[in-house]
Design a protein around this ligand. Sequence first.
Ligand code: F6R
Length: 611
Amino acid sequence: MKYNVCGIVGLIGEQIRVSALVEALEKLEYRGYDSAGIAFLKDRKLNITKSKGKVENLKNQLQDRLNEVIETGIAHTRWATHGEPNDVNAHPHSDCFCKISVVHNGIIENFRSLKMRLQELGHNFLSQTDTEVIPHLIEEHYNGDLLEAVRKAVLKLEGSYAIAVVHADHPDIIVGARKGSPLIVGVNGSTKGLASDVTPLLKFTREVVFLQDGEIVELSRDTVKIIGFDGTIHERNSVHVDWSYEDAQKSGYKHFMLKEIFEEPSCIVSVLTGRIKNGSVVLEEFEPFEKTLIDSKSMKVIACGTSYHAALIFKYLLENKTNITVDVDVSSEFRYKRINLKPGSIVLAISQSGETADTLESVRLAKKHGAKIVAVTNVVGSTLTREADCVLYLNAGPEISVAATKSYVAQLVMLYLLMLRANEILNDSMEQNSELIDRLMRFPEIFENSLKFADKIHELARKYKDYKHFMYIGRAYGYPTALEGALKLKEISYIHATGYPAGELKHGPIAMLGPDFPVFAIAPNDSLFPKMKSNIIECRSRKARILAVTSDDNQEISELADDIITVNSSREELYPLLMAPVIQLFAYFVADELGFDPDKPRNLAKSVTVE
Ligand code: F6R
């Protein structure tokens, strides 16, 4: 399972200049741009430069040194997960004597306990990052053999990582290791290297080894040695990659949107990482607010767009599963209403970017009325995180395509966790809880399987692409899914699509249906399927074509729908998550078939920083 959080690269060769590492980093900048940093060896001395913000800032700082020939070096572009994006938290991180330097992509789950232990042993820490434990652990195990020290250190790490390590006393090698995060090794040519993806390596070589979980590599100018975490030698064949640079950035996918949908299984892992211990949900950040939630039995939620749809699903979840009332507002509406919040009450602000102007303004207003802000966001250091009282990070990695896809899935997983935690503290339906937790843990695998149906969805997109209108319908958990399906379709394919609660059709919208106005029905085999069935029959009798997304245990739907997409059968509250990739892929393929660029829809921006 891959984590796409930061970009790392290391190079070794005869004529490498500082500028080569900076260029390599520029190729990885799409993975994160909170900070950039470099560590290189020259005359057996470790030189480290780090800078908040884009690689450009780092380049300016290194201006006088760009032409210097170096022995070896590593570099990093950061998508912050632990600690503010600032110079101190920027990678590379070092040991106590600044001899060892490490760049890391991933999350070290047990960093707190490791840090405490290392501090007891006298190690001095500078940053708030999880990464900093790695160079100190290597220092602790170093006995003249860097490869062996790295091997011993990684055995202590829990979580996911791809790392690259240099040591001032070993100017002739770079050591890398991987567990859970990608690491690719460029294996021939006069310059060798390793990186989070092939993009920065393509300039030097097209023969690469995709390191596997549990492997460590030692690269010198002439040799590549791969060992397992147990120390045994691994023989690995290289593969030839003929992707262009652009293709490589998208890992071979045609668009970022498609790549990001396919990253959803790994995003689910990212959100769950460290959040479930001994069968119960751990949301340490939220602990100070638990008592308020129990006492007030209510929560206000504000968000915009796709995040608003995630908020609506959360309302159904919490209200169906607990006795907590959830009141959801679109941020742009909330900020102009009379505010009716009790001091100390909880306001949940959901925003992928953490920069949405309406959500930020609403947060400020709510704070003025004494509310406590709990933020759910993907961007560390965003304005929302600075203004909130507590932040639940998604760690979904940068989302480049304008349309929210993997961040929506990550939001949903986080909101399921929040619902489960509320259930735990209220001590309600613990049995159901543990079943839900088990199911959530299996979701990455289930998603991998669902994504195998992309070709079928593509085929349906070809069939439906020429309709000018779509009606998305659903009930209960299916209703926000219908809203989100309609939003995805209209924003990237420019086809008019509208989402409705299925029961509302006969109160007006059914008047529009006919042979030219198909219906996309969110119709799993859940407790409300009999009602959905009647709604679908109503639509059919107006001669509307029916494209239904359902669960694989639904036998009846084949008589009702013209076309069917199935997902694994599950508990009804989990269908919004299971159906997310279906509605996203359908919109993506329609847009692509119509010749539009799904990554850059017209009139839209990734962060809506204006009202
Ligand atoms: C749709 C989409 C937007 C955002 C909305 C809120 O695909 O991306 O609707 O969801 O602009 O953005 P955030 O979540 O960053 O506050």
